[in-house]
Design a protein around this ligand. Structure first.
Ligand code: SF4
Length: 374
C-alpha cells in the first residue's frame, strides 16, 4: 500500500484508500466520484478517526453510495442561483446585496453541498473578462450595499487575485461591506497568513463567515487561524448545516456554538439541509431541527444562539424556521419558557390598552408545562 504524505489533498477514492480511510473502491463509489468531485485536505485527513465508522468528519467529506439515491424533490440547483444571475458570477437575489462567485473550486468538497453540481475540480475560475463584467454590474447598481464572495471558496484564490478584486470593490463607493464565505480556516488553517490578511484590507470592512459543522473541526490550528483574522479586525460569524450523523444532537450543537463564541466567532446561521441531489441521508426533518434549536434556548448563553434557516427552494430567499415560543390565546399571548412551562403575557401598549390585565388578574400567571421538559 502506498501511503500518501498527509501534506497532500486526497482527490480520488484511490487516494482515500491509500490513507486508510476507505477500505475499498466499489463500483458505486466510483460512480459517485465521477459525478461529484472529491477533495479532502491534509488537515481533515488527519482529523478523521479511522476507528469510528460514524466519524462526523469523515461523514462530511468521504463519498458514499448513498449519494446515488436521488429523491424526486431534489434539484441540481436547489436555491435557483441561475435564475437570479444577471451576469456570469453574480447572483442578485436580494435588493441590497449580491453574491460574487469568483471561482467554482474548493479546498474540500462537502458531500452535502447545495452547490455540488456547480463546484468541482473540472470547473474553472471566472475569466478576467467575466470578472470585469461582474464588477461592471456591481458598479452600475448603486443599491448594492454588500458584496458576498462565495463560491467555490474565495480563499482558494491567490493573495494577488483576491487582493485585486478587493481593491476593485473598495473603489466602488456604494459597496460598504464585503463578506467572505469560507471553510479554509478550518480545512486548511495554514492558508490564513499575514499576506492574506494584507490582501483583504481596504476601505470596506470585511466580514468572514466560517462554515464549520462539528466542534472537532475547531482544532488548535483552526482556532489560531481564526484568531489571526479576528485580531486583524475582521469580524467573524459562523454558518453550519444541520446534518444527520454529524451534528443532529443537542450536546454537539451546544459544544459547537460555545466553541464558536470562545473563538470570538458569533453564531449566525444553522442551515436546514438544502434539497441538493443525493443528499437526503444528511437531512433531518424540520420538526427535529426545531426541537434541537429550541433545546439551545435558555440552556446556552444568548451569545450561543444561531438562527435556524431554510433557504426556500426556487430562490425565494432564506427565512428563520425556529419553532415559535409564543402564540395568541384570545386577548393574551401564551409564551413557553425553555423548560416547556407556559406563561400568559399581556401585550400591553398604548395602541391596545384592552390587553392590560384587570386589577384582579396578573400577567405572570403560569400554566402547567405543555410537555415534559427535556
Ligand atoms: S466548501 Fe462550501 S461550496 Fe465548497 S463544497 Fe463545501 S459547502 Fe460546497
Amino acid at each position: 500500500m502506498i501511503v500518501l504524505p498527509f501534506s497532500q489533498t486526497a482527490r480520488s477514492p484511490e487516494d482515500l484508500v491509500n490513507v486508510d480511510i476507505l477500505p475499498a473502491i466499489t463500483p458505486e463509489l466510483r460512480r459517485v466520484a465521477e459525478e461529484f468531485s472529491v477533495a479532502v485536505t491534509p488537515a481533515m485527513v488527519n482529523l478523521i478517526d479511522r476507528d469510528d465508522p460514524h466519524d462526523p468528519i469523515a461523514a462530511q467529506f468521504i463519498p458514499s453510495a448513498a449519494e446515488l439515491n436521488i429523491l424526486p424533490g431534489e434539484r441540481p440547483d436547489p436555491i435557483d442561483d441561475d435564475a437570479f444571475s444577471p451576469v456570469e458570477g453574480v447572483v442578485h437575489r436580494y435588493p441590497d446585496r449580491v453574491l460574487l462567485k469568483l471561482l467554482r473550486t474548493c479546498a474540500v468538497y462537502c458531500r452535502f453541498c447545495f452547490r455540488r453540481e456547480q463546484v468541482g475540480e473540472a470547473k474553472a475560475m471566472l475569466s478576467g473578462e467575466a470578472i470585469d463584467r461582474a464588477l461592471d454590474y456591481i458598479r452600475a447598481h448603486t443599491e448594492i450595499w454588500e458584496v458576498i464572495l462565495s463560491g467555490g471558496d474565495p480563499l482558494v484564490l491567490s493573495d494577488r487575485r483576491l487582493g485585486d478584486v478587493i481593491e476593485k470593490l473598495n473603489a466602488i463607493s456604494h459597496v460598504k461591506v464585503v463578506r467572505i464565505h469560507t471553510r479554509l480556516p478550518v480545512v486548511d488553517p495554514e492558508r490564513i497568513t499575514p499576506d492574506l490578511i494584507a490582501a483583504l484590507r481596504g476601505r470596506a470592512p470585511v466580514y468572514v463567515l466560517l462554515h464549520c459543522n462539528h466542534p472537532r473541526e475547531l482544532t488548535p490550528e483552526a482556532r489560531a487561524a481564526c484568531a489571526l483574522l479576528v485580531d486583524a479586525g475582521f469580524p467573524m460569524l459562523s454558518q453550519s448545516v444541520l446534518l444527520r450523523g454529524v451534528n443532529d444532537d443537542a450536546a454537539v450543537l451546544a459544544e459547537l456554538m460555545r466553541a464558536f463564541v470562545a473563538c470570538r466567532i458569533t453564531p449566525h446561521y444553522l442551515h436546514h439541509g438544502d434539497l441538493a441531489r443525493g443528499t437526503s441521508h444528511f437531512r433531518v426533518s424540520v420538526e427535529r431541527g426545531q426541537e434541537l434549536v429550541r433545546g439551545l434556548r435558555g440552556h446556552l448563553s444568548g451569545l450561543c444562539q444561531p438562527s435556524y434557516m431554510l433557504d426556500i427552494p426556487g430562490g425565494h430567499g432564506k427565512v428563520p424556521i425556529s419553532s415559535g415560543f409564543i402564540q395568541r390565546e384570545g386577548d393574551v399571548w401564551s409564551v413557553e419558557d425553555y423548560r416547556g412551562k407556559r406563561h400568559i403575557y399581556c401585550d400591553a401598549n398604548a395602541d391596545s390598552p384592552a390587553s392590560l390585565p384587570s386589577e384582579n388578574e396578573t400577567c405572570e400567571k403560569s400554566q402547567a408545562p405543555a410537555r415534559a421538559p427535556s
